[in-house]
Design a protein around this ligand. Structure first.
Ligand SMILES: O=C(O)C(=O)C[C@]1(C(=O)O)C=C[C@@H](O)C=C1
Length: 354
């Protein structure tokens, strides 16, 4: 080993010793906080968001902010686990994008609980089998996940957080060559995200829907001349070869997930509030629903409509606004809205994804 290399490595060793001491000191403090909390919720999404935002602001490099966020997510995950184990239900099986989103948000010291449907995620949290659940709510290419929106409307659970996961799709197969593929399995959402690529590169292959990407990979693993469109993790799980990578039609393809739980999350300083609301069926009713936000200077970041399922051609509007429901401007607009709307439900206030 050159003297120069040895010298740098000795410095790294000294820093690692210091880091280990400091991280353990931090973990000891988290344990103390755990005792102070007693039976209260261990996970404090607002505090975790503040820690991540503060570290990104303080970051002088050369590490990227993304890298710093990943490191501190992991440190908090390990510290949190010393307070109490965290169980998070998600749409399984192993290898789904939902599973990746759980670990991106909560770190490795988390017990993922795979269940077989979005309904199952809600049930697992409501029944106490998991502390929180994670459900997909929209994809940047394919739009809203209707089942999640419908379940939020009738559930007593709150939205406690959001996770943005960049979704890269692959063609996975036992075969070595795309030209051999006759059948492609995938979830309908993933087929939608890759339509252009599939039309161009596998125009004659039959497309067969599966209940998840990971299940598509399992099916493809059991057959010859078959492939799955799924994430690379699903392929590793079933020992499939990657025949093509990043086949999503939009390179920015991102899925937004919601964390659901029994907790009311405190303000972090950079929050969002999600609502569901309905207007009476009369001219101008929709316009009236939006005026409280405009009058109080509250920005709306999203609006989605779904059939109400209570009357023909009646709709529920799902709206995200900036701010926490305890912020004066948001509270004032919600009070006004409740006077006008035929139905309003606050689905939760939570920190904006870091
Ligand atoms: O501040 C707390 O409440 C803690 O429990 C500490 C800590 C952390 O490691 O920073 C861990 C878990 C919580 O979700 C928030 C933060």
């Amino acid at each position: 080993m050159s003297d120069e290399l040895k010298k740098y490595r000795e410095q790294i060793d000294r820093i690692d010793d210091e880091l280990l001491k400091l991280i353990n000191q931090r973990a000891g403090l988290a344990q103390q906080i755990g005792h102070v909390k007693g039976n209260g919720a261990v996970l404090r999404p607002e505090r975790e968001a503040q820690v991540l935002q503060r570290m990104a602001r303080a970051n002088a490099g050369p590490l990227s902010n993304q890298g710093v966020t990943t490191l501190f997510t992991e440190i908090m995950s390990q510290c949190r686990a010393l307070e109490a184990p965290l169980r998070v239900a998600y749409l399984g099986p192993h290898g789904t994008f939902s599973e990746a989103a759980v670990f991106q948000r909560f770190g490795q010291a988390t017990e993922g609980v795979p269940v077989d449907s979005i309904d199952g995620v809600f049930d697992a949290v409501e029944g106490g089998m998991a502390n929180y659940g994670l459900v997909p709510v929209e994809n940047s290419t394919e739009g809203a996940i209707g089942r999640t929106l419908d379940l939020l409307l009738n559930s007593n659970l709150n939205i406690c957080g959001e996770v943005l996961l960049q979704v890269h799709q692959c063609v996975l197969s036992n075969e070595n060559d795309l030209s051999l593929i006759r059948k492609v399995y995938s979830h309908p959402q993933s087929f939608g995200q890759c339509q252009g690529w599939l039309n161009a590169h596998l125009p004659h292959s039959e497309r067969i829907t599966a209940s998840s990407n990971a299940d598509a990979a399992r099916l493809a693993a059991e057959e010859s001349f078959a492939a799955a469109v799924a994430g690379e993790q699903a392929g590793e799980h079933f020992k499939l070869k990657v025949l093509a990578r990043n086949i999503e039609d939009d390179a920015r393809n991102t899925t937004r997930f919601l964390v659901i739980g029994k907790q009311d999350v405190a303000p972090s300083g950079k929050d969002k509030t999600s609502l569901a609301m309905s207007a009476a069926n009369r001219p101008g009713a929709m316009h009236d629903l939006l005026t409280p936000f405009a009058q109080n200077g509250v920005s709306m970041t999203k609006m989605e409509s779904r059939p109400s399922r209570t009357g023909l051609w009646e709709y529920v509007f799902y709206v995200d606004i900036e701010g926490h429901q305890s912020d004066a401007k948001v509270a004032a607009s919600l009070a006004q809205l409740k006077q006008i709307a035929s139905f309003v439900k606050v689905l939760g206030s939570y920190p904006v994804a870091v």
